[in-house]
Design a protein around this ligand. Sequence first.
Ligand code: AKG
Ligand code: FE2
Length: 334
Amino acid sequence: MAIDQVPSVTIPVIDISGYISGDLSRTTKIVEELSAACRAPGFFQIIGHDVPAELRTRLFDKVAQFYALPSTTKSALHRGLSVNGARGYEAIGTEIMEGDFQDQKEGFMIGPELPSGRFLQGPNLWPEESHCPAFRSTMEEYFAAMRSLSVKMFRLLALSLGLDDEYYFDAFVDSRDSISMCRAHRYPSASVEMAKKSRGTGAHTDFGAMTLLLQDDIGGLEVFHRPSATWNPVPYVKDAYIVNIGDMMEQWTNGRYMSTLHRVISPVSSKDRYSVVFFNEGLLDQVIECIPTCIEAGETPLHPPVTVEAHLRKRYGESYGENKEEILVQSVGS
Ligand SMILES: O=C(O)CCC(=O)C(=O)O
Ligand SMILES: [Fe+2]
């Protein structure tokens, strides 16, 4: 988008502190704002959450220290070596989100420390403590904080959908076996020419229910506005999380809530860009079938029911190259 062009999409910033502090009078307005933002553009930012600034700063420091490790040390933690194929390190160019572009980012993924068995479950891979002191403890602390914030966001989501039960999604997102994942990214800085030819993360919609993203102040995340066919930046807002609706939630709400195409352009900057994303994909056996408040009498659901597991297997398979797909399917399917 040209600099002087007015953005077609404004990403709302919602202050959720009223809900976090249990102030019912402020919660009504938050829920209204959230409901409008989830319908369009399907992206918003939240401030007034309860994840401490100190933890977020410490997290970015540790993530930068991790990525500064020699590539052999990082490769020894490669995702393909994890029991479920979905924990550990991913080198630049591994994920393909858009056409022929190999994403110009490296990633490191963790989840809950669960015994392996089912799809996407299993132990994490960690660097040796001496290689990256306090990386593991910081990631684990951050993971717990995000899981807790995500549960609160799903409660707000339930209220925004007019469900009588604020805790409608609690079992889905807050059970021992709920699939949640946290992935830290480094996007290497690129020249203007390189940034035109590559993608940090290619255009995609998120697979799951809801995504919570912490980005640094470099920028580069863009949201697609279909009516005007333009890409629009998601500006950095201090202390904010970017929240977006994923495909599973779009399906679950019968298209009321929107899963929006987004991408990251490689940072044309003297500095690398870092982001940390948190996905709460819920329980594998949950059937995603139109939520009662999302259908009018006489309306037909847009999608047939599907389990979370079937939906995620399909989408994970599509986003990795052939070999990577095999790793995921074989290691988790056996
Ligand atoms: O790193 C970012 O800013 C966005 C990453 C993203 O869209 C994703 O991991 O799904
Ligand atoms: Fe995404």
